[in-house]
Design a protein around this ligand. Sequence first.
Ligand SMILES: CC(C)(COP(=O)(O)OP(=O)(O)OC[C@H]1O[C@@H](n2cnc3c(N)ncnc32)[C@H](O)[C@@H]1OP(=O)(O)O)[C@@H](O)C(=O)NCCC(=O)NCCS
Length: 140
Amino acid sequence: MASALKLKKITLSDIRFLYELLSERESKIFISHKGMPTWEEHVKFVKSKPYSKWYIIIHEDKKIGTVSLTFENEVGIFIKKGIQGRGIGSCALKMLIEKNPNLRYLANINPKNKESIKFFKKNGFKLIQYTYEITNSNKK
Ligand SMILES: CC(C)(COP(=O)(O)OP(=O)(O)OC[C@H]1O[C@@H](n2cnc3c(N)ncnc32)[C@H](O)[C@@H]1OP(=O)(O)O)[C@@H](O)C(=O)NCCC(=O)NCCS
């Protein structure tokens, strides 16, 4: 399956698919405390061109996931539930790196997201830091 994958640049016609994909995420995947955005927040976010590179992963004309790079070369990758664990993520990550050759790539992962930690380690990423945070929820 993974051999027939394509990466297509995001367009406005992908907004709904991205929202559906987002709704599949469990809370452990979010690093920030924001959780699921509203539809309006989502549309605004996509239109703001938040990433340096952002692709839809396509298999046989079907959208099956998304992969992105921030302006700091942080990778984000999401494969539709039900087809995870079949090598698609690894293949899409390789394609992203081939299309965008850089010296260094980062992945910020929620420590509770064990599958993702395993995924990035398996794909050659090394742990370089633990980041701690304090929040003041009353402060706006
Ligand atoms: C993490 C994710 C991108 C991996 O993509 P994938 O297509 O499922 O992964 P692959 O099939 O290429 O797996 C490669 C390796 O990752 C690890 N892995 C992937 N899914 C795993 C799971 N559910 N449990 C444990 N390890 C897993 C394994 O080590 C696997 O190698 P193996 O099959 O030889 O054991 C995908 O599962 C996903 O979209 N998860 C939800 C979103 C997310 O957590 N994204 C990361 C935040 S940036």
